[in-house]
Design a protein around this ligand. Structure first.
Ligand SMILES: NC(=O)C1=CN([C@@H]2O[C@H](COP(=O)(O)OP(=O)(O)OC[C@H]3O[C@@H](n4cnc5c(N)ncnc54)[C@H](OP(=O)(O)O)[C@@H]3O)[C@@H](O)[C@H]2O)C=CC1
Ligand SMILES: O=C(O)[C@@H]1CCC=N1
Length: 290
């Protein structure tokens, strides 16, 4: 995911002042791949003081690697001359764990997605403190984070951390649901006899065109757009009947709830939530997240 966020910073022609990017990754293969794709960035396989004397430290390790990263990063941060903002993209890991592990309050939690690679991502984010972050960050620091996230596409700032776990299940993991739909449609078209190339073109343009059409028709409910495709006694009605019979809507909904539960679970929270479950949805107010 870090690579998806670096790409627009290096390649977006609309960025006037390119930031200096230092990347640290314990995986030599990951470092080599990044260096190969983006020769202008600096890469290191061990963290150095130089890596943290920056404005923003983006933490993009897997959630299960956070505590080991914290033990290496914390001493460097306490010696840092810059007191950088820590911007996490880690699914599930709550802000308080970063504050505790890194001895800083300057933590921004985000949930980006991979279309960032082509500046078509959406990132949901919040700064520690929510609406009252101003005792923790300067407005310049918050705006710097916003600019960084904007380079990846759309950014949506939320005031309550609970929305980050929810966004993980919609926009963070969402591209995988769409890619699975693409794969299913293409494979069926190939099964029918289309070449893979034509099948892929038909499916991608159908999804892209439908998305742009829905975006241009915000006064219409998606059901109205669907109804306008569905001729009486026609082909679409037969397809939609089978999708509904197979539980399409509830499958999508169950998948999203499962994703959300996993995000809560990874943050050590009560994850027995959702339809038919007894757990309470997180209230999510800052200070109430532990
Ligand atoms: N993939 C996605 O679409 C999205 C991912 N995220 C979040 O982004 C984070 C990264 O996910 P993803 O990019 O898929 O994972 P990857 O495993 O591809 O990337 C993480 C990289 O961090 C390296 N690493 C592990 N420990 C350390 C350490 N202590 N210091 C430096 N580098 C380290 C890993 O090396 P090694 O492989 O050797 O462990 C790996 O190269 C996760 O927290 C995830 O929740 C958020 C939104 C979307
Ligand atoms: O699968 C994951 O855990 C990460 C977080 C959101 C998308 N990918």
């Amino acid at each position: 995911m870090a690579e998806a966020m670096i790409a627009p910073l290096v390649t977006n022609p609309n960025i006037e002042e390119r930031p200096q990017i230092l990347v640290n990754d314990v995986s030599a293969a990951a470092v080599n791949k990044l260096k190969g794709n983006f020769p202008t960035i600096q890469t290191h396989s061990t963290l150095t003081q130089q890596s943290v004397d920056v404005d923003v430290v983006v933490v993009a390790v897997k959630p299960q690697n956070c505590s080991s990263l914290f033990s290496t990063l914390q001493p460097l941060l306490s010696d840092s001359i810059n007191d950088p903002v820590i911007l996490s993209i880690c699914a599930g890991v709550p802000i308080w764990q970063f504050c505790q592990g890194l001895s800083t309050d300057k933590v921004v939690r985000t949930m980006p997605n991979t279309p960032a690679t082509i500046q078509q991502g959406v990132t949901v984010w919040t700064a520690n403190g929510g609406a009252s972050y101003d005792g923790i960050f300067t407005s310049k620091e918050v705006e710097l984070c916003r600019e960084l996230l904007k380079s990846c596409g759309m950014e949506v700032q939320v005031e309550d951390e609970k929305f980050i776990d929810m966004a993980t299940s919609i926009s963070g993991s969402g591209p995988a649901y769409v890619f699975l739909l693409i794969e299913s449609m293409v494979d069926t078209a190939v099964h029918m006899g289309f070449s893979r190339e034509v099948a892929t073109r038909l499916v991608l343009q159908t999804i892209l065109g439908s998305t742009l059409y829905a975006e241009a028709s915000t006064t219409l409910h998606p059901a109205e757009l669907r109804n306008s495709v569905t001729s009486p006694a026609g082909t679409t009605a037969s397809a939609v009947y089978e999708l509904e019979r197979g539980g399409f809507r509830s499958n999508v909904s169950n998948a999203i709830w499962a994703c959300y539960r996993r995000s809560l679970e990874m943050g050590g929270r009560d994850s027995n939530v959702g339809p038919g479950r007894v757990g309470e949805l997180p209230s999510g107010e800052f200070g109430d997240m532990k």
